[in-house]
Design a protein around this ligand. Structure first.
Ligand code: LMG
Ligand code: NDP
Ligand code: PMR
Length: 385
């Protein structure tokens, strides 16, 4: 059913099951660019469209003068940074963007209202709060027959005022479950696809943040990030139904703001561990970044209204860390495709003139021993070990 439906534009998909929720779940991931191009014809486009682009200097393939269109998967491309980066990359004509989103209709509307050209993107269903959904996404992506040249782990949720945890389908605390564990499984599975790609500069990018780095002022605003000895994660990160804690460090009290910041440390540690384990053998570039404070995105949707009102002017005029969604999208697009950003294992940031530089991670966010331990526990939690 999946392959067959993949050939159909979403609007023509025939519901096979009775209720609407199931229909959306079953068909949304199969869907498709606005131009009603089938995934396979997208593949043909991808394979044939010769686009002149500056090659990177990391592989023999880049001796080619022309390059096929690249295919980039971006999670959480239905709003904020992910959408802005999707638009920036699609607009170059060098990239076909696979928008991996939990809400198909929202993503379709977002792409349209952002003015993304028909045929420049495909929407596939991915709910990072379910490891089954992650596996299903990978299957569907492979069935669509596209190569994978870059993966961007961008989606995230932030529950700033939550004092009680919520849980993913697999029973893990939601912020760490979505932001870290879902992406961890996705990256591990799609690594094989990146390895197979003949694209000259293949990249795996994971969003980090300044608030996960305690070597900065922003990282010292309470509650501070900290993974401790990872005992809560090792205990399964599930509050109500086990003796374990919902916090990575094993704290008794749940703190939604800290859980997000902790998840960002996990993202940055994972990028470095991927680099250590796979860069040399595969040539894949692993990178993370802090794109600036994009104070207007949906990330702050659960924050109190007063915060949402004051945060953008505070960042614009007081910290001067504010960056627009469009500018942040360009920054992320650079990390995906700029020929000068091929170095692996780097956490990128931008200075006041919007020039990129290699930033320094905090001690904890660059601790190799913690990264290894995090890797091993995460493997168990997502069923890879
Ligand atoms: C925790 O609070 C929450 O408890 C947790 O649930 C979670 O949300 C977490 O990290 C997320 O935050 C953290 C707490 C840290 O931060 C705050 O409470 C932020 C308050 C922000 C602003 C409040 C605005 C009040 C308005 C006052 C107006 C004054 C105007 C002055 C303007 C001056 C301009 C130069 O708290 C701390 O770390 C303590 C820090 C102490 C406060 C320092 C204040 C400095 C800056 C002020 C900012 C003001 C903003 C205004 C807007 C400007 C417009 C031009
Ligand atoms: P947004 O809330 O605008 O975007 C987050 C995206 O993640 C949305 O598309 C959302 O989908 C998606 N998402 C949430 N939960 C899931 C899920 N379970 N499965 C699949 N997708 C999901 O936030 P931002 O654009 O600000 O954040 C993007 C990234 O940038 C995050 O990794 C964040 O940590 C990072 N970042 C943001 C900063 C900022 O200042 N905003 C600063 C530093 C880093 P939906 O649209 O359906 O809700
Ligand atoms: Mg922060 C000094 C610079 C600076 C920067 C670049 C940020 C970024 N913040 C800075 C400073 C401060 N912040 C100061 C001085 C305060 C106390 C008033 C402050 C407060 C604050 C709050 C309450 N800031 C926040 C919050 C949030 O809820 C956001 C958060 O922590 O989300 C996890 C946030 C952020 N500040 C930032 C950035 C980028 C965020 C969004 C967080 C992220 O995605 O990591």
């Amino acid at each position: 059913m999946a392959l067959q439906a993949a050939l159909l534009p979403s609007t023509l998909s025939v519901p096979k099951k009775g209720n609407l929720a199931t229909v959306v779940k079953d068909t949304a991931f199969l869907s498709v660019s606005q131009k009603k191009v089938s995934s396979l014809s997208v593949r043909a486009q991808v394979a044939t469209a010769p686009v002149a682009t500056p090659g990177s200097s990391t592989s023999s393939v880049d001796k080619k003068k022309t390059l096929r269109q690249g295919v980039v998967v971006i999670t959480g491309a239905s709003s904020g940074l992910g959408l802005a980066a999707a638009k920036a990359l699609a607009e170059t004509g060098k990239w076909h963007v696979v928008m991996a989103c939990r809400d198909f209709l929202k993503a379709a509307k977002a792409a349209k209202s952002a003015g993304m050209a028909e045929g420049s993107y495909t929407i596939l269903h991915l709910d990072l709060a379910s490891l089954d959904s992650v596996r299903q996404f990978v299957d569907n992506f492979r069935r669509a027959g596209m190569p994978l040249d870059a993966l961007v782990c961008n989606a995230a949720i932030y529950r700033p005022t939550a004092r009680t945890p919520t849980f993913t389908a697999d029973g893990y605390e939601m912020s760490v479950g979505v932001n870290h564990l879902g992406h961890f499984l996705l990256s591990r599975l799609l690594l094989d696809d990146l390895k197979k790609s003949d694209y000259p500069s293949r990249r795996l990018v994971i969003l980090g943040s300044i608030t996960g780095n305690t070597n900065t002022l922003a990282g010292n605003v309470p509650p501070k990030a900290g993974l401790g000895d990872l005992r809560g994660l090792a205990g399964g990160l599930s509050g109500p139904n086990s003796n374990g804690s919902a916090m990575i460090d094993g704290a008794e009290e749940f703190d939604g703001a800290k859980a997000y910041k902790d998840s960002k440390i996990c993202n940055m540690l994972t990028m470095q561990e991927l680099h250590r384990r796979f860069h040399e053998d595969t040539g894949i570039t692993f990178a993370s970044l802090y794109p600036g404070c994009i104070a207007t995105t949906g990330l702050f949707r659960e924050h109190i209204p007063l915060f949402r009102m004051l945060f953008p002017p505070f960042q614009k005029f007081v910290t001067k860390g504010f960056v627009s969604e469009a500018e942040s999208g360009k920054r992320l697009a650079q990390v995906v495709s700029d020929p000068s950003l091929t170095k692996s294992g780097v956490y990128w940031s931008w200075n006041k003139d919007s020039a990129s530089f290699e930033n320094q991670l905090s001690r904890e966010a660059s601790d190799p021993e913690k990264a290894r331990k995090l890797w091993e526990i995460s493997e168990k939690l997502v069923g890879l070990a």
